[in-house]
Design a protein around this ligand. Structure first.
Ligand code: C2E
Ligand code: CA
Ligand code: CA
Ligand code: CA
Length: 283
């Protein structure tokens, strides 16, 4: 048992060291990714479940180091957050999304949604940066939705949380919409929702898969309750990770207005968004 224990420690150390190396390598690569134009945005449609029309597109970062393989956001975003690089990268993403979304909004009335990290949100200049970018691109403020998570609102001191909530409320008063991302994965009590400056709830994918699973009765009751509560609070709901027609049908019956997932479209390039908006395949 002692030998086995020793082995476990050795293995653990090794993995930890590998993880650190990996982290340093990613950080070094990321530091030059912006200048080397290795970052792009893909866009995933959010659709109206009843009409099939595209309601918005979510901007999602893509990083392909030159001469290398694409690194998934779940791997590089945490490193960008640790190193603080997310502030610059996030500003670039906001800028790029507003520039690209301008045509889509003018022609089709479609909003663009941009993910914001906690680190970005805590920057003192965040509010001014957002409003400045919107003004410079002459994009109506309601054409932008910012996606934040409950954990980033809570993972700080109460005073700092209050300040961030005030910044979001201020942006919202200016017309920018706020979406609460990955809803249901945090610790929030539903009552807490009333105090947050939020327009849209994005129900996490972990609620979608069980809708057609073994415990589907319970899963459906749960999702239905969230959708109804949100409607009662005048919030829209987007269900994430919809992969089958069966799931889409169940959600539509529950009165869920909006959905996103591979059933409708994976994240696609801006040119593909142009094509898709022209043909509107779900009408
Ligand atoms: P998220 O904001 O929850 O984005 C949804 C993720 O689910 C995306 O992964 C999307 O490609 C994936 N997805 C969409 N539909 C389906 C489906 O039907 N099935 C499955 N299995 N997955 C689906 P992606 O693009 O790899 O992004 C992962 C995460 O990285 C995002 O999760 C977000 O937290 C973060 N991220 C991406 N772009 C940005 C960004 O610009 N800024 C910040 N701060 N975070 C970002
Ligand atoms: Ca998101
Ligand atoms: Ca999400
Ligand atoms: Ca997520």
């Amino acid at each position: 048992a002692k030998a086995a224990g020793k082995n476990q420690v050795a293995v653990f150390d090794y993995t930890l060291r590998a993880a650190r190396l990996h982290h340093a390598e990613i950080a070094a690569g990321l530091r030059q990714a912006l200048a080397a134009e290795e970052l792009t945005l893909a866009y995933q449609p959010v659709v109206n479940l009843t009409t099939g029309a595209v309601y918005a597109v979510e901007a999602l970062l893509r990083w392909t180091p030159s001469g290398g393989r694409r690194v998934p956001p779940d791997v590089f975003i945490p490193v960008a957050e640790d190193t603080g690089l997310i502030v610059e990268i996030g500003r670039w993403a906001l800028e790029q999304a507003c520039a690209q979304a301008k045509q889509w909004h003018r022609r089709y009335g479609i909003a663009v949604t941009v993910n914001v990290s906690g680190r970005q949100l805590r920057e003192r200049s965040f509010r001014d940066t957002v409003l400045e970018i919107l003004t410079r691109h002459a994009l109506p403020r309601n054409a932008l939705t910012l996606e934040v998570t409950e954990s980033m609102l809570l993972a700080t001191s109460p005073a700092e949380t209050q300040r961030i909530v005030a910044v979001l409320a201020d942006l919202r008063a200016h017309g920018v919409r706020i979406a609460l991302d990955d809803f249901g994965t945090g610790y929030s009590s539903l009552a807490y929702l009333r105090t947050l400056p939020v327009d849209i709830l994005k129900i996490d994918r972990s609620f979608t898969t069980p809708l057609t699973g073994a415990d589907h009765r319970q899963a459906r009751a749960f999702t239905k309750a969230i959708v109804e509560l949100a409607a009662g609070l005048d919030l829209a709901t987007v269900v994430e990770g919809v992969e089958s027609r069966e799931q889409a049908g169940i959600l539509q019956q529950m009165g869920c207005p909006l959905a996103q997932g591979y059933l409708f479209s994976p994240p696609i390039s801006p040119a593909e968004v142009d094509d898709l908006l022209q043909v509107s395949p779900w009408q």
